[in-house]
Design a protein around this ligand. Structure first.
Ligand SMILES: Nc1ncnc2c1ncn2[C@@H]1O[C@H](COP(=O)(O)OP(=O)(O)O)[C@@H](O)[C@H]1O
Ligand SMILES: [Mg+2]
Length: 325
């Protein structure tokens, strides 16, 4: 008997197009001898083609497991995971709480900080109450300005002076009511893949060498000029520390299945900062999450097998939980 995997992709997010690429490469990596794939495409307008997943338990008896390959809003942020919980369907990746905490760049940092993990100094502003002078005084330039709940660098700017800061805040405010401002770290950027439920493992990390001043949308998806170094060239002790921090961050936000933890390493101090965790990392043919695992000994098809296994294990474990008196 083949396992029927529903791949949900597309979606109402700025990362719709990336999701299409990720989904195609996930589907291509699935062994047709083992899996039957059912596609659930969600348009940019949020409409499902040809039919949606229903929230009632038992409504989709043909589906064994769901693989949400949705990046960003309405997919990676807990909303899709909520639907799948209601439907009592096993699904790949983080649960509702971990998804939404990880999506919010303020909450994610708070959880890390409370667990003693290194995150860069940050402040939160709301759209209606922006005081650029106070931010500049508190953090010093350069400052990174981000919508709290987005991905792929959309709406993110690096401000070098007050005029740029004001423009950056205005831009970020278009994308979110909540804006995160951070001290800009001068240094290098790394990523580390994590896989597992109760005993997560970290991959060999890679280094990202942006072709621009920072890793922005263009650099990620359009220019094709950013360079990747896999394995990351760092002393063994620093690699081990990065892997430890990646797993600690993953556990702190209660992530399950998979996650990619991204780091900034300050040149002046050598200090490592956790920048963010992505609970549905890119899965395109050139994406780093599958590449880091391939380098670490888990080829793409085996990675898919493992993710599906983890999804089924979690669902089975939950069956042993009582939800009523
Ligand atoms: N505090 C910071 N200091 C230096 N560079 C940063 C900082 N925050 C973000 N960046 C740069 O901006 C990019 C995008 O920021 P990130 O927080 O990862 O947003 P996204 O979720 O959109 O990927 C990072 O990959 C990095 O190049
Ligand atoms: Mg990022």
């Amino acid at each position: 008997m083949k396992t029927c995997v529903a791949v949900v992709y597309g979606g109402r997010s700025g990362e719709h197009e990336i999701s299409l690429l990720s989904a195609e490469s996930v589907i291509a990596a699935m062994d047709p001898e083992r899996y039957e794939v059912v596609r659930y495409f969600i348009g940019k307008d949020g409409r499902w083609d040809p039919f949606p997943l229903l929230p009632e338990p038992g409504a989709q008896p043909h589906i064994d497991v769901v693989f949400p390959v949705l990046h960003g809003t309405f997919g990676e942020d807990g909303t899709m995971q909520g639907l799948l919980e209601l439907a009592d369907l096993p699904y790949v990746g983080a649960n509702v709480l971990a998804s939404s905490v990880s999506m919010d760049k303020d909450f994610m940092k708070r959880v890390c900080r409370d667990n003693g993990l290194p995150v860069v100094e940050w402040m939160v502003l709301s759209r209606g109450a922006i005081d650029a002078e106070a931010v500049a005084k508190e953090l010093g330039f350069p400052i990174f300005v981000k919508p709290a709940n987005l991905g792929s660098s959309v709406g993110i700017s690096k401000a070098h002076d007050l005029a740029e800061l004001k423009a950056a805040l205005k831009l970020a405010a278009k994308y979110d009511r909540k804006i995160v401002v951070e001290r800009g770290i001068e240094g290098r950027e790394f990523e580390c893949a994590v896989l597992g439920n109760d005993e997560p493992l970290a991959s060999t990390p890679c280094e990202i060498l942006p072709s621009k001043e920072f890793y922005d949308y263009e650099d990620k998806y359009e220019l094709n000029l950013a360079k990747i170094k896999l394995p990351a060239e760092l002393p063994a002790a620093e690699i081990a520390e990065m892997q430890r921090l990646a797993v600690e961050c993953y556990k702190a936000v209660a992530c399950e299945g998979m996650g990619r933890v991204d780091f900034l390493r300050e040149a002046a101090t050598g200090k490592l900062y956790i920048n963010e965790i992505n609970t549905i990392p890119g899965f395109t043919s050139i994406s780093m999450y599958p590449k880091m695992w391939a380098y670490s000994g888990i080829a793409y098809p085996q990675l898919i097998d493992r993710l599906i296994e983890l999804a089924l294990q979690r669902h089975a474990a939950k069956k042993g939980t009582r939800f009523t008196r």
